[in-house]
Design a protein around this ligand. Structure first.
Ligand code: GLU
Length: 170
């Protein structure tokens, strides 16, 4: 179990997302993280431990964004660590947060490694970012890539994602 939240607005969403994480902290408190679309790049902050530690990083760095996703984790695959904290990313462009378990993650992860993707975490979640990147690379929109990815995932889950090349959609 964990908490995921996403926001798109005409105003900055960083504070709103962190407030949401505080409200959902009972769902998971191993680690917390946030990805914020900033037009030229995506700000990616993660912290092992309480949401407050993530908030401290936000206060120090003050990222500004109108589109973002955030997560508070209850680890199922991979120890609690900053490397295993969500959001997970592919090639600094596609970022995801995931609640649940991907039951067929070993075979999907192997297939993506064969396609040249590098994994930096022990989670069942990271493959979702790489699979979205794979389908977006085949000229699918973010939404279509999500539908295509969903067809291949087994398990019970909820996902939110952002793509650097798309500053409108979550
Ligand atoms: N399975 C994912 C992980 O271990 C998400 C866990 C959750 O839903 O809390 O990171």
């Amino acid at each position: 179990m964990c908490g995921i939240i996403a926001a798109a607005s005409t105003r900055n969403v960083g504070k709103l997302l962190v407030q949401g994480l505080h409200k959902m902290e009972y769902r998971g408190y191993d680690s917390a993280g946030i990805a914020l679309h900033q037009n030229e790049s995506i700000a990616h902050l993660r912290a092992l431990g309480k949401v407050q530690l993530l908030e401290d990083k936000m206060v120090a760095e003050k990222p500004k964004s109108k589109l973002g996703i955030a997560h508070t984790r209850w680890a199922t695959h991979g120890e609690p660590s900053e490397a295993n904290a969500h959001p997970h990313k592919s090639k600094d462009t596609v970022y995801i947060v995931h609640n649940g378990i991907i039951e067929n993650y070993i075979e999907l992860r192997e297939a993506l490694i064969q396609d040249g993707y590098d994994f930096t975490s022990q989670t069942d979640s990271e493959l979702i970012a790489h699979m979205l990147d794979y389908y977006i690379g085949q000229k699918n929109s973010m939404i279509d890539a999500m539908y295509l990815t969903k067809e291949r995932l087994e398990g019970a889950y909820a996902i939110a994602a952002i793509d650097l090349k798309d500053d409108q959609n979550i």
